[in-house]
Design a protein around this ligand. Structure first.
Ligand code: CA
Length: 219
């Protein structure tokens, strides 16, 4: 699950990033509205956590810009302006939820789980390619009907490739789904995950596209 955090309060942002990464989320952080819009044009996070009071533009304006291109992306607003008018403005502009500062971490995590559940009921369709099936609700992968043990990153990599079966996924695109910005990634890490997946799924399931990335052929 990939989260874009838009928050200019850096101590708060740092503690959110570290708490969310501890829970297994991939978290990318920006501290300006314009950077958020740029990030949203290049990445597709699963959830956006958006502070309303940003130094360069209002969070509501960021939200409106985002909603022009994407009606579905779940957005949780964070704000110190805890008036009814602000809440209504946020929700009317297309936010899915609203959390007033200061808040406790367990509450933020619970709200994120609600958004995630909503997402997984939308994306609940099992994906099957050849003899491999992936169930995004139970995070289960089976090969010829047998459940497989995958690490979290192996699962995320396989899911991304299976969702895009038939298409070539670039190395950079795959790495951005697996790792947060600035996270140390050894240059051969992606190959290592692919190697492990091939051991579990058979050598031919994931094809290497030399110099570009990987592809799972449609079957
Ligand atoms: Ca702020």
């Amino acid at each position: 699950m990939q989260i874009l955090l838009v928050e200019d309060d850096l101590p708060l942002a740092r503690s959110l990033v570290s708490a969310l990464r501890d829970k297994g989320y991939v978290v990318n952080h920006v501290d300006r509205g314009k950077l958020a819009i740029t990030a949203l044009n290049t990445e597709r996070p699963d959830i956006v956590v958006l502070d309303l009071g940003l130094p360069d533009m209002d969070g509501i304006a960021v939200l409106k810009a985002l909603r022009q291109n994407d009606k579905e992306l779940p957005v949780l607003l964070l704000t110190a302006r805890n008036t009814i008018e602000d809440k209504v403005a946020g929700l009317d502009s297309g936010a899915d939820d609203y959390l007033a500062k200061p808040f406790d971490m367990p509450e933020l995590l619970a709200r994120l789980r609600v958004l995630e559940r909503r997402l997984s009921s939308v994306r609940s369709t099992e994906i099957t390619v050849g003899e491999v099936s992936l169930d995004p609700v139970h995070l289960q992968v089976t090969h010829r009907g047998e459940p497989l043990e995958l690490s979290r990153r192996e699962y995320m990599l396989l899911k991304c490739l299976m969702e895009n079966a038939g298409r070539v996924m670039t190395r950079a695109g795959l790495e951005s789904r697996l790792y947060s910005w600035g996270e140390e990634v050894a240059s051969n890490t992606l190959e290592v995950h692919v190697h492990h997946l091939r051991k579990k799924l058979g050598a031919d399931f994931i094809k290497t596209v030399r110099g570009v990335g990987y592809r799972i052929p449609r079957q």
